[in-house]
Design a protein around this ligand. Structure first.
Ligand SMILES: Nc1ncnc2c1ncn2[C@@H]1O[C@H](COP(=O)(O)OP(=O)(O)O)[C@@H](O)[C@H]1O
Ligand SMILES: [Mg+2]
Length: 398
């Protein structure tokens, strides 16, 4: 028997897992209402048109959670009205081709449609037949659409959003596309773009005080009362406020709770939060740079060139792309296309080496601003150049 008294920190740890969707999302009430307004016709079964909405925002702004919560509420509301509505959710980072997206749709519908031997188009029509036959509607939420775009190009989106229009029947499938930045649609041809870009709901990054409310709310669900000291909640909110990122905040909360539990302390103290923060995103180390793909290194080098001088904190993606092309020329390699460029940027953002902030305003609507938060540009540049120089083999052979 252990003499140590079991301290109780977590009441329901699952409620801090990334998959869990809370029953409400503080500070996303307006966006949730907007979604419900856009899909009113679909939910009441009175619309003959299909609705297309894009939800955009940086990492951790609650895109996935918002859309999943909306989907759940929409299904409930439709069923109260006697409308058969199914919410289908597919993450393109996992299902990276149109075919696997269709497969996921079929399995979520639990429709008995054989998948083999059909073209994508035939398969899609089978899904629409199935909906018609069952007098049902579906909302397809495609998350992390960038992954699909980079693998299959713009036609994939065109296909998924326009097919069925020639069927001259009630359109039973509506779509929600979730992306970090609607800029990725710039590479699509004009007609695809105009058909997609109707309704955009952009989720701004959370402020520290919003993150504070979110942390308190989620702590209320997942922890025993009074476990989280108020100063600790504030510290988490401040640390995550720089990124405006709720995922980072909740990750820190969970880790800080784990430290408290491991130490047998019934409170999450600021020191636990500091330990958690140090373990979530450690500062960039040289090894990290070695692991990067050659083009990711070149993009990073381009970024250091753009921010050199130390007076600018941000550079737009367009500007960075120009610097990138110059750097490629210098190293005698062919620059990657815009989608791959974007994907590399997102990977660097995921690794917390760079930070992509989507800002609204300006003539062209939204634009992305890239910064290097964690390391002096001069040091990063020196490291990168020495790695690139040291590589005696040609790292870019096809
Ligand atoms: N307004 C909010 N209230 C409570 N939890 C939130 C809120 N926004 C995001 N979260 C939580 O933060 C985490 C990240 O959100 P997520 O939807 O995955 O962000 P994104 O898809 O934009 O990267 C999830 O665990 C989510 O439940
Ligand atoms: Mg997401």
């Amino acid at each position: 028997m252990s003499l140590r008294v079991m301290v109780r920190v977590f009441r329901d740890e699952e409620k801090l897992s990334p998959e869990y969707v809370p029953s409400s999302l503080p500070h996303r009430e307006v966006e949730l209402r907007l979604l419900r307004t856009f899909f009113q016709g679909v939910v009441s079964g009175s619309s003959a048109l299909s609705t297309r909405v894009i939800v955009s925002g940086s990492v951790g702004t609650g895109k996935s959670a918002l859309v999943k919560l909306f989907g759940r509420l929409a299904e409930e509301e439709a069923s109260r009205r006697g409308v058969r509505l199914r919410f289908l959710y597919v993450n393109c980072r996992i299902s990276r081709s149109v075919f696997t997206v269709l497969k996921r749709m079929i399995s979520q519908l639990r429709a008995r449609i054989p998948e083999r031997g059909y073209s994508n188009e035939e398969l899609f029509h089978k899904i629409l037949d199935y909906l018609e036959w069952n007098e049902a509607y579906a909302i397809l939420a495609l998350d992390e659409v960038e992954a699909l775009l980079s693998k299959e190009g713009g036609e994939a989106l065109y296909f998924l959003s326009r097919i069925g229009e020639e069927r001259e029947r009630v359109l039973r499938l509506s779509t929600i596309f979730i992306v970090r930045n609607p800029e990725i649609f710039d590479m699509l041809d004009k007609s695809t773009r105009s058909s997609l870009l109707g309704n955009i709901i952009h989720l701004p990054e959370y402020s520290s005080s919003q993150l504070y409310d979110i942390v308190r709310f989620r702590a209320g669900e997942a922890l025993y009362p009074d476990v989280l000291l108020d100063d600790s909640a504030r510290l988490i909110a401040d640390l995550a406020g720089e990124r405006g990122d709720a995922r980072y905040a909740l990750d820190m909360l969970w880790r800080a709770g784990k430290y408290a539990e491991a130490e047998g302390v019934p409170h999450i103290t600021p020191e636990h939060v500091r330990k958690a923060a140090a373990s979530v995103y450690p500062a960039i180390r040289r090894e990290h740079l070695e692991y990067l793909e050659p083009h990711e290194r070149l993009i990073l080098l381009a970024l250091t060139r753009a921010l050199e001088g130390g007076e600018k904190a941000y550079v737009t993606t367009g500007e960075l792309n120009r610097y990138y092309k110059v750097v490629c020329e210098e190293y005698g390699v062919k620059p990657r296309g815009y989608t791959s460029f974007w994907e590399a940027l997102q990977r660097l953002d995921d690794l917390a080496i760079i930070r992509i902030k989507v800002k609204s305003g300006g003539a062209r609507g939204r634009s992305s601003h890239i910064s290097i938060p964690g390391i002096p540009v001069s040091i990063l540049k020196r490291e990168l150049e020495s790695i690139l120089e040291r590589e005696t083999f040609h790292p870019f052979s096809p």
